[in-house]
Design a protein around this ligand. Structure first.
Ligand SMILES: *[C@@H]1O[C@H](CO)[C@@H](O)[C@H](O)[C@H]1NC(C)=O
Ligand SMILES: *[C@@H]1O[C@H](CO)[C@@H](O)[C@H](O)[C@H]1NC(C)=O
Ligand SMILES: *[C@@H]1O[C@H](CO)[C@@H](O)[C@H](O)[C@H]1NC(C)=O
Ligand SMILES: *[C@@H]1O[C@H](CO)[C@@H](O)[C@H](O)[C@H]1NC(C)=O
Ligand SMILES: *[C@@H]1O[C@H](CO)[C@@H](O)[C@H](O)[C@H]1NC(C)=O
Ligand SMILES: *[C@@H]1O[C@H](CO)[C@@H](O)[C@H](O)[C@H]1NC(C)=O
Ligand SMILES: *[C@@H]1O[C@H](CO)[C@@H](O)[C@H](O)[C@H]1NC(C)=O
Ligand SMILES: *[C@@H]1O[C@H](CO)[C@@H](O)[C@H](O)[C@H]1NC(C)=O
Length: 486
């Protein structure tokens, strides 16, 4: 320290940090340049060879807003993507160019060293609503491995993948197509139909608990489990850049068991059920930069598998850097969970703007005692929140199945610095740990330099069975908040 002017208060505070499990010596943010340089060194580049899908028989639609094409056109486009990507891969890599126009197709499978490029802002790839066009593949659904419909854009055990350009990927889902399979859902459409996922979802969860081999967990036609939009699986060195993604069946950008992923300059707009924006699941070294989110569910939700199946796969998510994003709508903005049984560590988020009457929570952790998982080292700074519908910060260990199981979730080293709430919210924080478990389960939220304006409730927070909350220079409606444990 060396500064003769350091006050006794300073040392008291330092002591509090050191005993609360938060590292005192080094600033965790110093790790970010190392993570980013590792990711940047592995951003894929592609040989300067172009494969235009028109040369492989692709047929554009007459009108940009055509929602469906005759089966022979869908087949021609599916084949054009398959053949152009296949040839590019065989010849050592290159760019598969999608020109101006609207191409209605079945699912697309990416291959190593190929960059699928949507070359103009009016380039649209729209996915057919004909569900039989989607073959069955090895995938992960709500944190559980299974065989189900191919995600709309899929890759399995590939490396050096690009999905770039300025065009639009349109999932073509609406209240009559794919979304009704959710069953009951109220945000955008109310759908009650016997063709819903309930039975299949329960069956899948039971198979996971019974440890049924993944090859025998076969779903698809007749089961109504919606595929994800973009899902690289067990792949590495991935660049997803520039495009707009809209009307997704459920989770939107969902890399699973992947390393080294850059997701940047995207516009992700989808208000359907389970429309999470970016869900890295059991992934390492992920950089999410300059993305605009407008989602029906969480904007970013970091995951690592669900319950018994998450523990079987047992791969955590680590080293995730989120910068310069804008988030509107959705349940949570920056979210960890709930499928987080494999754990998560080292998540950094900075310069994020979140605001919407339809965004419940800006910073959200959701878990329960069936999921479990160690959630550690979640650092946020320079966060600006406009308006949220419920609370700015939420740690909810009572999500879905709740507390009555043996896998007590743990959150530790959770630090938020320099946060401003501009336009108001009902609560600052909603935090609930388990009775009897506070000090093992909920360890160390530090909130430093935060200003909350327009909080509507008094008391302005809910905190039950939580330990070691530190508030430093936190002002709520103009009054300094010094957290006292009850
Ligand atoms: C794309 O094609 C449409 C219709 O042919 C045309 O109006 C538009 O200007 C084109 N856009 C670009 C970026 O080339
Ligand atoms: C749906 O796709 C299947 C196979 O891809 C095809 O045989 C069938 O004709 C298509 N149905 C319609 C209505 O286009
Ligand atoms: C979901 O499907 C089941 C039967 O498969 C049916 O009993 C139930 O009413 C459906 N739910 C909704 C909300 O439509
Ligand atoms: C952010 O992404 C948008 C496209 O969504 C792009 O126009 C803009 O240039 C990007 N900004 C930076 C700093 O990369
Ligand atoms: C994002 O895409 C949606 C849907 O295409 C569009 O309405 C919106 O204006 C876009 N937002 C930005 C920031 O480009
Ligand atoms: C999961 O992996 C971690 C670290 O890789 C290991 O310590 C732990 O024992 C594993 N758990 C199970 C249930 O295999
Ligand atoms: C706090 O965050 C805001 C918003 O990102 C930023 O403009 C400001 O410079 C930050 N303040 C400090 C002291 O870092
Ligand atoms: C918190 O604010 C104080 C006073 O403005 C500043 O000295 C300190 O660096 C800030 N801390 C962080 C972590 O931004």
């Amino acid at each position: 320290m060396g500064k003769p002017s350091a006050s006794p208060l300073f040392f008291t505070l330092l002591l509090i940090f050191c005993t609360s499990g938060i590292r005192c010596q080094t600033d965790p943010w110093d790790e970010v340049p190392t993570i980013l340089s590792r990711i940047q060194a592995n951003i894929p580049t592609f040989p300067d060879v172009t494969f235009n899908i028109l040369d492989y028989g692709a047929l554009p639609s007459a009108n940009a807003d055509d929602v469906e094409a005759p089966a022979n056109v869908v087949e021609a486009n599916s084949n054009a993507f398959r053949n152009a990507i296949g040839l590019a891969n065989i010849f050592g890599g290159g760019t598969v160019l999608v020109p101006n126009g609207t191409f209605i197709t079945g699912p697309i499978t990416l291959r190593s060293n190929v960059n699928l490029h949507l070359s103009t802002p009016s380039t649209i790839i729209r996915f057919t609503r004909n569900t039989t066009a989607y073959p069955l593949v090895f995938t992960r659904w709500e944190g559980i491995e299974l065989i189900n419909y191919s995600p709309f854009v899929y890759a399995f055990e590939q490396e050096n993948l690009g999905l770039t350009g300025s065009g639009i990927l349109d999932g073509n889902c609406d209240c009559d197509n794919w979304w009704p399979w959710k069953g009951t859902w109220s945000r955008q459409c109310w759908v009650t139909t016997p063709e819903n996922q309930t039975n299949a979802r329960n069956a899948l969860f039971q198979m996971a608990e019974d440890e049924t081999p993944v090859e025998e967990r076969v779903f698809g036609e007749g089961h109504f489990l919606r595929p994800q939009f973009i899902q690289p699986y067990r792949s590495k060195n991935i660049l997803i850049e520039g495009i707009t993604i809209t009307n997704s069946p459920m989770w939107i950008v969902h890399p699973v068991l992947c390393d080294n992923i850059v997701i940047r300059n995207l516009n992700i707009t989808s208000l359907g059920p389970n429309s999470d924006g970016v869900d890295p699941e059991s992934c390492k070294d992920v950089w999410i930069h300059n993305v605009t989110f407008m989602n029906g569910d969480d904007d970013i939700a970091i995951k690592s598998g669900r319950n018994q199946d998450g523990r079987r796969v047992n791969v955590s998510s680590e080293n995730i850097v989120i910068q310069d994003c804008r988030m509107a709508n959705g349940h949570g903005g920056l979210t960890l969970g709930s499928c987080i049984s494999g754990g998560v560590k080292n998540v950094f988020a900075e310069r994020i703007f979140l605001s919407s009457e339809s965004l419940d929570t800006a910073i959200r952790i959701k878990n329960n005692a069936l999921r479990g998982g160690l959630l550690e080292r979640f650092f946020l700074r320079d966060i600006t929140v406009g308006r949220v519908a419920k609370q700015v910060i939420e740690v909810d260990f009572f999500y879905e199945e709740g507390p009555d199981a043996g896998y007590v979730p743990v959150i530790k080293d959770f630090v938020i610095q320099n946060l401003t709430l501009q336009d108001g919210a009902p609560y600052t924080c909603y935090m609930k740990g388990y009775p009897g478990h506070p000090s093992t389960s909920f360890v160390g939220l530090k909130l430093e330099n935060a200003t909350f304006n327009g909080i509507e409730n008094d008391p302005h927070y809910v905190a039950e069975n939580v330990d070691d909350i530190i508030t430093l220079n936190v002002v709520v409606n103009g009054v300094l908040w010094e957290y006292q444990q009850e």
